[in-house]
Design a protein. Structure first.
Length: 95
């Protein structure tokens, strides 16, 4: 009984982490469009209005633009970042 509750609670955490990854990727798509629409030199000023740091915005944008195979199967932002970084490292080594 107690372990069943633990299992259910853990499944909810995994589901929430997955939902956060999907949200992060959507935010990344929106940020990419917003950055493209910003006049030169005004991106960071515009970004300040969102409360998102430049480094976090770059993570979201990279996630949304990533071509890393398997990223859609990831269960969290951290896992997706690891997959993306491994993919980028392999592709950097090739070229």
């Amino acid at each position: 009984m107690l372990l069943a509750k633990v299992k259910t609670a853990y499944a909810a955490i995994i589901q929430a982490e997955r939902a956060n990854l999907e949200r992060a990727m959507e935010i990344g798509r929106l940020l990419y469009k917003a950055r493209e629409a910003c006049p030169h030199g005004e991106w960071e000023v515009a970004l300040e209005k969102t409360g998102i740091s430049v480094s976090r915005a770059n993570v979201f944008i990279r996630l949304s633009q990533s071509q890393a195979p398997g990223i859609v199967a990831c269960r969290s932002i951290r896992e997706a970042m690891e997959v993306m970084n491994e993919h980028d490292a392999v592709n950097t080594d090739r070229g």
